[in-house]
Design a protein around this ligand. Structure first.
Ligand SMILES: [Zn+2]
Length: 391
């Protein structure tokens, strides 16, 4: 028996409720997070117990909201490799956390693993998400491994999601944007008892991302690095890395102070970096959207750690992505270039100092071309239900 007892706690009113398929607080509609009894977990977890676990993220199952068997998902335990040429060039120690080594090529496999576990625990037989690539592939793989159905809505005609289709997912290209797809998801949620990875399963899915920080610390021989740099969009990845580092200390697995956390964004998309620079919560910013529930947490985590949010000029990103590929042999999408750009510019500005040990988290494979073979339907519930047939 593992001590995985957990609950959902509202981030706004702190109401605690039984875990179930729900993203929002039943009292105030605020976002909920998985909450653990860390004091009780401290009695259970140990480095030895973790080391005896599988070489997947399920080695940390005591610190995850899973009540069911592991073994299906092979996400996690990705390599942490020393980037010799970058280390020499920058006069620091650069370690790359290679999230592109996950089964479908991104850290979204970690989120899909937790969403799949939650779906099985809650007896949901279908996983649904909106995706232009990585998340759809990850959800398709997880659903295949667990014998669940996967339905992926691809916005704006979508890119191919060829891998998702090969893994058995029903991919439906929607003639509409991301927001319209999410609106369709909410309509489907009212009709079907499905698991929505960024909807009713979101509090569980995002817990997968924190295992990146567990692995970094364990792979360093239970040491903290000086800094961690990763690209951020919604802020969930950075917020969950910060949470994971906090939990490791709270359950007594490590006592060292946590690293400085740097979130990197391209200037064109730099909602977080702009809010950070202006020192105001993102919820008061003009860029706020439905998925910004983690943005304030990410900004807070970066600031509290002594790190920050770094904007990288759009025109320099392709060069950094190439530099990463050519000096490490790790070819990832432009988010990797954004992260490396933030690191290089942080070294130049003196925020990262000579000799420091810095972990660069890179994820995501090079996107495939827009594929043929799937017809696009209007962003309309009637058309979507017709396409789903008897699903
Ligand atoms: Zn609430």
């Amino acid at each position: 028996m593992t001590a995985t007892a957990f609950a959902l706690r509202c981030r706004i009113c702190e109401h605690v409720e039984e875990p179930g398929p729900a993203r929002d607080c039943s009292r105030c509609d605020g976002p909920t997070d998985v909450a653990y009894d860390l004091r009780a977990l401290a009695e259970v977890v140990s480095r030895e117990r973790i080391a005896a676990g599988p070489q997947t993220l399920w080695r940390y199952r005591d610190l995850l909201p899973a009540e069911i068997g592991d073994g299906t998902s092979v996400a996690g335990w990705t390599p942490l490799v020393r980037a010799e040429q970058l280390s020499d060039a920058l006069d620091i120690e650069v370690l790359v956390k290679v999230e592109s080594s996950n089964p479908t090529g991104s850290y979204k496999d970690r989120m899909a693993a937790l969403a799949g576990a939650a779906a099985v625990a809650m007896e949901l037989e279908t996983l649904c998400c909106t995706s232009t690539g990585n998340l759809g592939d990850a959800v398709a793989a997880e659903a295949a491994a667990r014998g669940l159905e996967a339905i992926v809505l691809a916005p704006d005609g979508g890119i191919g999601l060829r891998r998702a289709r090969a893994l058995g997912a029903q991919v439906i290209a929607i003639d509409g944007g991301y927001d319209e797809c999410r609106a369709l998801e909410r309509s489907l949620a009212a009709l079907y008892r499905w698991g929505f990875v960024t909807g009713n399963l979101s509090p569980y899915a995002v817990e997968g991302a924190k295992t990146i920080s567990f692995e970094i610390v364990e792979q360093l021989g239970w040491r903290m690095p000086d800094a961690v740099v990763c690209a951020v969009w919604s802020g969930a990845l950075l917020a969950k890395i910060a949470q994971g580092l906090h939990e490791l200390r709270a359950v007594g697995l490590i006592a060292e102070p946590p690293p400085r956390l740097y979130g990197a964004q391209a200037t064109e998309a730099a909602r977080l970096a702009a809010a950070y620079a202006e020192d105001r919560p993102l919820s008061q910013s003009p860029w706020v959207d439905v998925d910004s529930a983690f943005a304030d947490l990410a900004i807070g985590a970066a600031r509290a750690s002594g790190g920050g949010l770094v904007a990288v000029g759009e025109e320099r990103i392709a060069g950094y992505t190439e530099l990463l590929a050519e000096t490490t042999g790790i070819a990832v999408d432009d988010a990797g270039g954004v992260a490396l750009g933030a690191l290089v510019e942080s070294v130049r500005s003196g925020r990262v100092r000579r000799g420091e040990r810095v972990v660069l988290v890179v994820s995501g494979s090079i996107p495939e071309e827009r594929a043929d073979g799937i017809a696009t339907i209007p962003a309309d519930l009637g058309a979507l239900l017709a396409e789903l047939g008897a699903a």
